[in-house]
Write a protein that binds this ligand. Structure first.
Ligand code: FES
Ligand SMILES: [Fe+2]
Length: 387
């Protein structure tokens, strides 16, 4: 079980959460109601601008580096239309490459979303071979290419880094990766304090969802629905509609009160824990959600395919690898509850229903109340980047 103490890092936000339990003290309770234009979820032109100005210009979190556990691991995934190949080289370095042969463009690794082991990357079309760092290792009938410079003909690499155990990359090979600590702003310290980097990859689910990616982000930014939509699953573990939030640069920190949050009144601050007394959620701009469950973490990567279609990738991270069958059964049950029961069973169907509802033209505006102020923060971040 993760035991992350509240003192001193989380003490302030827990104190504010207690204040919310006692009364409605957050500035959100003085905010104006707002509304959102359904067109932002439907419009092709908006989608194209998001692709160009968000998904090609900012680092995206592609998932846990620990999923590529051993040197020689490779995994292909199409991210926002870009064929990406992640590898762990023999030198134990994570590389993010384009999964596109430099000869005539065939795909090197065809299996998608499944880590596999490779000595080298051999193109199925004419057999050009690449090392896992992307360098060109061999060309059959090389005499047919008398002027080919092998050193200049490696796979295109995407700028990337591993921070907090996660792979971050730019989808544009010509873009520069910003300093990740600066980019993550206040989230960087939170993720360090929560120990994200020491967690291990446990399991992943991937599905294509008939909904705009922003509707999924929004489902993880407000507490209002949790005791209602999730009344048959996780709802009873939460207080009704009590949370505190902070914008951290373009990102958001969001702490939701649980049924046991009240207990901290009788405990010294050093015993206030994320594992028992609150559920922390981070939105990392533009398309990442990290949920700090009582004894494991969920990373959600939301990769748009079209205005009404999103690749949803959920990775579960645990404090350690399962040491025995009992631990494995425990994590398997947790994954099943959250991934199948809550996300696939409750949140994502609602998002898909909303997408269809918006397309019907029924709502000319979507109404955002005081418990949903993070939606305003989220859209303000997007609007700023979209100009
Ligand atoms: S396209 Fe890859 S070897 Fe020809
Ligand atoms: Fe939910």
């Amino acid at each position: 079980m993760t035991t992350v103490t509240a003192e001193p890092y989380w003490q302030n936000i827990f104190q504010r959460l207690l204040g919310e339990l006692d009364g409605r003290n957050s500035p959100d309770w003085h905010a104006d109601e707002a509304s959102l234009d359904p067109a932002i979820y439907l419009d092709d032109e908006r989608f194209a601008r998001e692709q160009a100005q968000l998904f090609r210009r900012f680092p995206l979190c592609l998932g846990p580096a620990d999923q590529l556990r051993e040197p020689g691991s490779v995994m292909a995934r199409d991210i926002c239309g870009v064929p990406v190949l992640m590898t762990r080289t023999r030198e134990n370095t994570v590389k993010v490459l384009l999964n596109v042969c430099r000869h005539r463009g065939a795909r090197l690794v065809v299996e998608e979303g499944e880590p596999c082991r490779r000595q080298s990357l051999v193109c199925p079309y004419h057999g050009w071979a690449y090392r896992l760092d992307g360098s060109l290792a061999g060309v059959p009938r090389a005499e047919a290419f008398p002027t080919l410079d092998r050193h200049l003909t490696g796979l295109r690499e995407l700028p990337s880094a591993v921070r907090h155990g996660m792979i971050w990359a730019m989808l544009d090979p010509a873009a520069a990766l910003p300093d990740m600590a600066s980019f993550l702003d206040g989230v960087d310290g939170d993720l360090a304090a929560a120990g994200l980097g020491s967690h291990r990859f446990y399991r992943q689910s991937t599905s294509r969802r008939a909904t705009n990616w922003k509707l999924i982000v929004e489902a993880f930014l407000e507490i209002y629905h949790v005791t209602r939509l999730h009344s048959g699953t996780i709802g009873p573990f939460f207080a009704d509609s009590v949370s505190v939030s902070d914008p951290l640069g373009p990102h958001i920190r969001f702490l939701a009160a649980r049924d046991r949050t009240r207990d901290i009144r009788d405990l010294p601050p050093e015993r206030w824990t994320l594992s028992e007394h609150g559920t922390l959620v981070h939105y990392v701009f533009p398309n990442t959600i990290i949920i700090h469950h009582p004894d494991y973490l969920s990373h959600l990567g939301l990769f748009p395919i079209g205005p009404g279609e999103t690749l949803f990738v959920h990775s579960m991270l645990t404090p350690s690898l399962p040491r025995d069958d009992k631990a494995e059964a425990h994590w398997a049950r947790s994954f099943d509850l959250i991934d199948r029961g809550v996300f696939a069973g409750e949140d994502l169907p609602i998002c898909e229903q909303i997408q269809r509802g918006l397309a019907s033209g029924a709502n000319d505006r979507l109404i955002v109340g005081r418990l949903e102020q993070n939606l305003k923060r989220f859209h303000a971040s997007l609007d700023q980047a979209l100009g």
